[in-house]
Design a protein around this ligand. Structure first.
Ligand code: DMJ
Length: 879
């Protein structure tokens, strides 16, 4: 008897019931509102037009390059286009966008274009670039793209009587690529290294030893498909071993996973646990591996994690990061846009109710900011304003529509289309958004935009009555939306140790969980679904009304007001004071003492003794949040120092700079001392050419071309012990607002970093060069506090240096720094004031004191309300 894949079987058995259910829920009252059948078709055609615009722009202006730069209207070529750091590791000079787009062409019914694209891939694509590429990205985009293209070509041959010439060339390429990725799995744990050289297969075990959970756990679908197609079990075996190892590394008490771990010893490097960046598709592949391969082990693992996420990470419809080993402690106060795939996965799992709620929450954030910002706070404000054309929200919208048939989701899709058209469409394709507050464009159109966004939007609007060119129900969609035929699960790789897949006829009743699961819809009408969304909206509005950050966006929005005497103000509260504890209890506020000695307050409004108390409690909580944010921002933005401590300066010269939000914080360590070296290349965006001379030094690098944290990482990898990043624009501490350099939440460094404006930074650089010429290397200290001069003088004396220290004025006045403009007459240099002449020293101290207050509280001094928000804007996270 022929075996059917689980999903298909379910479909066949339930057809009748399904039909009845659909009729029931599409009652006239709750039928489509605005979107009629004809406007749905128009929207589908609009999607095709947009796709053609993007794809045509790529083919005309960029191909065979990996990606289109839609503003410059040319190709992005690794090794030629200036590097953007790690994000370029997805590029391998293998026509990434074309390969990633193959099966989209087929799904959209563009068969001529598909044929043409397959011929081009056959002719032009090879893997001979001597480049270190990301194993994860290459797997999901290139390998997935080739396999999806091959699968589509087979169906087109079979069903549309076309492409008879196609002889499996895409699969041949897929196998070649799979073979090139395999050496990455040669690690103690069996998890793949994060990067591999495409041409030589060389790996850098030291450098690439840490990998993200999603990176190691998002291989199984593509690798298993390759094994099943070719009959060689090796790919699936390797990917499965990585999955098994990951599972063994879960935190046993919480069943949660961290986001980064070491591929040799399996130690966790980052213990934040959520559903966004670094972990997202690991969960997706557990569930999809079950759907694709029919192996219940994956489903059990998925369900275990799902339960843990619901228990620890879910705050209503919002899913936040907690620490895997201390799951009651939240790890971040923002949510990644990447987590927008979650409602789609919840639909596949069968938890449609939660999917509706989480999707609705995301939609509120989306409508508020026009797109989902790359990260948003738990108050739905912007944390990172970038929108690099990510498709996850469209993906979940499609899956929810499929499960509920609620026309609401067509409306959501329509808004996505309109916003893309208005804000991202440019003459040459579509451009990412640098910041959704300003809608400035970024010169990127990532390949996933074509692989995923248009596929999901097209599927959303394609009417059920018209058969698709590719019967999407027969496929599992990978994380990059590539199509892999479910029937592949029936092929067992020869000589494999895997158990034969049993007939799904014997599969347990829980097979319903494996497909887009509409059980919820069968028992709940569209009206109930609408009510559920309204509940979510109310919940969100409640959170928004407690959101002190809102006044940044809408100055007129008000804080909670209170007439009359207050029982207790947040600033008066002292933990341990019994009277305060009693007042808070009346207001429904619980005081929890945490293990680390911190105090956590939680309000349950229902347990307040009266409505008045509940309201005052809410106001107290609001004040408390503001206070704690303020404290954090004060610490985060406190200026740090670069003090020149070697002869002839001996501490008499120091510059103020901005701290970093990655690496060790200078306020927590004593400081770091070392000789100064200049990075080569100066921007430190690629591995340093002068690694030998950087060893054990504090390294100067120029701002620009890549993230701050990436520079710090490069310098750390080369053996540097500290980083000073110098602004690349004309700027000085005196005239610019200081800020803290942000990290990227993925990269961790163990060396401290300081930001200097160019005026001070270039003085430092000149001093380093001058001292190097004199063969008296310049030594500096990066610290929170300055070192006293007498200590340095004594040290110098003991080291027998007998020339007297120069005055800082030398550099202040004689610098030929082009930034020393009239405006910047007073260089922001100061001396600790011990060895210098009295008046000068006092004056400087006075200036410093004044400045300290204005710097430490950059804008709060102006008495603005949104103190916590200003701290956000004082943080810069890019170039
Ligand atoms: C895609 O490349 C994949 O969906 C991946 O899993 C993470 N997200 C990007 C697009 O945002």
């Amino acid at each position: 008897m022929e075996n059917f894949p689980i999903c298909q079987l379910w479909r066949r058995k339930r057809t009748l019931l399904w039909f009845v259910a659909i009729i029931a829920i599409l009652s006239p009252v709750w039928g489509p509102k605005n979107i009629t059948t004809s406007s749905r078709l128009e929207l589908r055609d609009k999607v095709v037009e947009m796709f053609n615009h993007a794809y045509g722009a790529y083919m005309r202006n960029a191909y065979p390059a990996d990606e289109l730069m839609p503003i410059a209207c040319k190709g992005r070529v690794r090794g030629i286009t200036p590097s953007r750091g790690d994000v370029d590791d997805a590029l391998g000079n293998f026509s990434l966008t074309l390969v990633d787009t193959l099966d989209t062409l087929a799904v959209l019914g563009l068969y001529d274009e598909f044929e043409d694209a397959v011929r081009k891939v056959e002719r032009d694509v090879n893997f001979n670039a001597d480049l270190s590429i990301s194993v994860f990205e290459t797997n999901i985009r290139m390998l997935g793209g080739l396999l999806g293209g091959h699968s589509a070509a087979l169906e087109i041959q079979e069903r549309h009587n076309r492409m008879k010439w196609y002889n499996g060339s895409l699969l041949t390429l897929a196998k070649e690529l799979g073979d090139r990725l395999l050496p990455a799995f040669n690690t103690t744990s069996g998890m793949p290294l994060s990067r591999i050289n495409l041409l030589t297969g060389a790996v850098r075990k030291e450098r690439d030893r840490d990998t993200c959970t999603a990176c190691a756990g998002t291989m199984i679908l593509e690798m298993a498909a390759l094994s099943r197609y070719t009959g060689d079990p090796i790919y699936e075996t390797r990917a499965r071993a990585a999955m098994d190892y990951l599972w063994s590394r879960r935190q046993r008490s919480s069943d949660l996973m961290g986001t980064v771990l070491n591929v040799e010893n399996g130690n966790w490097v980052r213990k934040e646990s959520g559903i966004g960046a670094g972990i997202d598709s690991y969960y997706e592949y557990l569930l999809k591996a079950y759907i694709f391969l029919g192996d219940e082990t994956f489903l059990e693992r998925f369900n275990t994690h799902y339960q843990a996420i619901k228990q620890y990470c879910a705050q209503g419809p919002l899913v936040v990061d907690v620490l895997m080993h201390k799951p009651t402690t939240s790890a971040r106060n923002f949510v990644d846009a990447l987590s927008a795939f979650w409602p789609g996965l919840q639909v596949l799992k069968g938890d449609v109710k939660s999917a509706i709620e989480t999707h609705e929450l995301l939609y509120q954030v989306f409508t508020r900011h026009t797109f989902l910002p790359e990260a948003f706070t738990t108050n739905f404000d912007i944390h990172w304003g970038q929108y690099p054309l990510r498709p996850e929200f469209a993906e979940s919208t499609y899956l929810l529509y499929k499960a509920t048939k609620d026309p609401y989701y067509l409306e959501v899709g329509k808004t996505i289309i309109e916003n893309l058209e208005k804000k991202a469409r440019v003459k040459c394709g579509f451009a990412g958004i640098k910041d959704v507050r300003t809608f400035t464009h970024e010169d990127r159109m990532d390949s996933y935009f074509l692989a995923e966004m248009f596929k999901y939007l097209y599927l959303l609007f394609a009417p059920e009555s018209e058969p698709l060119g590719i019967d999407i129900e027969d496929y599992i969609l990978t994380t990059e939306a590539h199509i892999l035929p479910l029937k592949l699960s029936l092929r067992t790789p020869p000589n494999s140790t895997f158990e034969e897949v049993t007939s799904p006829v014997n599969a347990p009743e829980n097979f319903e969980r494996s497909c887009v699961n509409s059980a919820y819809v069968r028992t709940n009408s569209l009206k109930t679904i609408q009510e559920l969304r309204e509940k979510t909206q109310n919940h969100i509005n409640k959170i928004k009304s407690f959101n002190p950050g809102q006044c940044r966006n809408t100055q007129t929005e008000t804080r909670m007001t209170w007439n009359g005497k207050r029982q207790l103000l947040a600033k008066e509260f002292t933990p341990g004071n019994q009277q305060h504890t009693d007042i808070l209890r009346k207001m429904g506020i619980k005081i929890l003492m945490l293990e680390d000695g911190k105090v956590q307050l939680m309000q349950e409004q229902n347990s307040a003794v009266s409505v008045k108390d509940a309201t005052e409690g809410a106001l107290f909580m609001q004040e408390m949040i503001e206070l704690s944010k303020m404290e954090k921002s004060e610490v985060a933005n406190k200026p740090v120092h670069v003090q020149l401590i070697s002869h002839p300066f001996l501490g008499s010269l120091a510059f103020r700079g901005g701290p970093a939000q990655f690496g060790p914080r200078l306020e927590n360590i004593e400081g770091v001392e070392g000789e100064v070296e200049i990075a080569d290349p100066y921007d430190a965006c690629v591995p340093l050419g002068n690694a030998e001379s950087v060893q054990g030094k504090i390294v100067l690098a120029q701002r620009g071309q890549c993230m701050f944290v990436q520079k710090a990482k490069r310098i750390e990898e080369a053996g540097g012990i500290g980083v000073i990043i110098i602004d690349n624009a004309v700027s000085s501490f005196e005239t610019s607002s200081p800020f803290a350099m942000a990290g990227d939440e993925k990269t961790e460094t163990s060396i401290p970093a300081v930001f200097l404006f160019s005026h001070e930074g270039n003085m430092l650089r000149d001093a380093a060069i001058e001292q190097a010429i004199k063969e008296q290397p310049l030594k500096v200290m990066l610290a929170n506090k300055l070192k006293p001069l007498n200590e340095l003088l004594l040290k110098d004396h003991l080291s027998m240096k007998n020339t007297s220290p120069v005055k800082a004025q030398v550099y202040a006045d004689s610098t030929n720094d082009p930034d020393t403009t009239k405006k910047n007459k007073k260089p922001p240099i100061y001396r600790p004031g011990m060895e210098l002449s009295g008046s000068e020293s006092k004056q400087t101290e006075k200036n410093n004191n004044q400045k300290t207050s204005s710097v430490q509280r950059p804008k709060q001094a102006k008495g603005e309300e949104c103190k916590t928000e200003l701290s956000e804007s004082d943080k810069r996270d890019e170039l």
